[in-house]
Design a protein around this ligand. Sequence first.
Ligand SMILES: [Zn+2]
Length: 340
Amino acid sequence: MPVADYTTYCRMLDRARAGQFAYPAVNVTSLTTANAVLRGLAESRSDGIIQVSTGGGAFASGTAVKDMALGAISIAEHVHRAAERYPIHVALHTDHCQADKLDAFVIPLVEETERRRAAGRPNLFNGHMFDGSALPLKDNLDIAARLRERFSASDLVLEVEVGVVGGEEDGVHASAAAKLYTTPEDTLAVAQRLNAIPGPPYLLAATFGNVHGVYKPGHVTLKPSILKDCQQAVVKAFGPAARFSFVFHGGSGSDLRDIREALDYGVVKMNVDTDMQYAFTRAVAAHCFTHYDGVLRVDGEIGDKKAYDPRAYLARAEQAMADRVKRAATELRSAGMALG
Ligand SMILES: [Zn+2]
């Protein structure tokens, strides 16, 4: 299927809200990882979301170029072409972008979509995240409101965050004093500000103790009930139509029970990065350890071209990551739910 257009993406989000399931939103950094997501989604008959972070975009542009927008455009162009060969719908998103990176990442990507629309072509991305969670709430929402106005003109979905997801992603660490639990008051301020601007649905990453990365059991206390409290508060203040569409960040390594509870409270998108990275690298490591005298030229030997051809281990890595995507789709109840 072609990458979801605006109407299709809205249908996807509506279905997830109504059916209490969520889409895996998987970070990719290369053609191989993007293909892994498409394959995993197709094999589980799940629609889903492919996303690119600032660091992923910089990597994809080439380690000598390091242009985060350029790499994100390259990946998105590939997905637009390749997705047509798979029987499911994907949407394209960008991940965390702090205020100081907007001009180097989100804005050039929005401009690219604006150029494409002017030429009668589909949007490049379906949505972009602005992460102003490190700013005072008012400053966060001032920027979010400006972005929402611009996004609305091009049918782009805005994702915002209040509260801070712990841990580390792309080298950005949340401080120990970070606010790991969003309050209903914070989310009411979001609704008040963003609902006043007509436009596409927006997505809200509210934090309930989630962290980026994977930690040993006991390190993290998730409180999905915070999401329920936020929904009750917003419905009381603004009516049932104002219910939030939540994003679960730092989904890797979470307990299935916590994931399912979060789905019940309106999570429609769960970001999974770390578990995908591990699945991919695990397969590469297995190949290299099993064929160490093939991938290496040991003791004057010549190695084995079939073992050190990068396709040998990248194909295994693609399959392993696709399998991890399938597990995510099952956990998020999106498996078997693909739009016809
Ligand atoms: Zn995140």
